[in-house]
Ligand binder design. Sequence first.
Ligand SMILES: *Cc1c(COP(=O)(O)O)cnc(C)c1O
Length: 355
Amino acid sequence: MYKKLFIPGPTHVREEILQAQAVPMIGHRSKEYSDLQAAVTPKLQQLLYTTQPVFLFTSSSTGAMEAAIRNCVGKKCLNTICGEFSRRWHEITKANGKECDVIEVPLGKAILPEMIDEKLATGEYDAVTVVHNETSTGVMNPIEEIAEVMKKYPDVMFLVDSVSSMAGVKIEFDRLGIDVLLAGVQKCFALPPGLTVCAVSHKALKKAETVPYRGLYFDFIDMYKFYEKNQTPATPAISLIQALNKQMDDILAEGLENRWARHKAMAKYVQDWARKYWALFSDERYLSLTVTNIVNTREVDIKALNDELGRRGAMISDGYGPLKGKCFRIAHMGDLTLDDLRWLTAQIEDILKLS
Ligand SMILES: *Cc1c(COP(=O)(O)O)cnc(C)c1O
């Protein structure tokens, strides 16, 4: 049976978006393709409040995370860890043979600007990785405050994973001085997986010129050469880009401010519901606007709950990694609506006879 996805990726994809992929194939070196990329790029720049390049990577988000490390770390990277996805960036840094150190906070806590400031003051680092929204714990790191600190260190690359927040939460790339900002399209963009949107600053392009062994598939310098011709170095996921182009029209038609407001309203609704019947796992000051991590205070069988939700046409997520069984997560991102969430919570109340 069809299940509406309330999981933090892949998210629910609307029928019109699925259909937007089903158009005749075009050659990736053709004018038709360049026209497509030329059409979608300014829409992405508008979404990210930037005039700088926005690349399209045919890979999931992890590929672009690796690209950021390979292109932007020459000396030593500071990896900030507040859960499983921010930890992935540390694993990637090590796997690419780059020097690195870690700031780690307990699950449910946020990375704070002063922690980064203290480390960067040593002058040892030329890059920092930060996850904006830690999908595994439901924490949203204070990116604005972190950006303020980063302004003190203009030579340090500011690398941000916004996989589960881009297109759901306002992130002003240029104003915040971010150098790499990436997100796979299967989360707040509400598209099928396989493509990653990646804004790259001119400063990051300059930096990449100084970093040897950037790899081949996602070499920023090569990407930029093709980007200027509205192309990509290798064959891109053309069908997904067709869908992205349609989705960007829909996102801009909704209105960016309306989209941010809808995500805030959905987050508030789920957080209030969680406080009423359960408890929130993460620091109240840094709750995510796109996914809520709820403590399983009633010790229900999450799998059984999800099985019954499945029969009713919905799916939620178990806790991630060490939080499996102890928590469950409801995503409220992409094209979901407040009505969808009201329906979902009513189903859960009914199944578990909550009162
Ligand atoms: C989902 C997710 C990833 C991994 O994305 P893939 O597209 O599966 O590579 C990375 N970071 C965050 C914050 C995520 O939510």
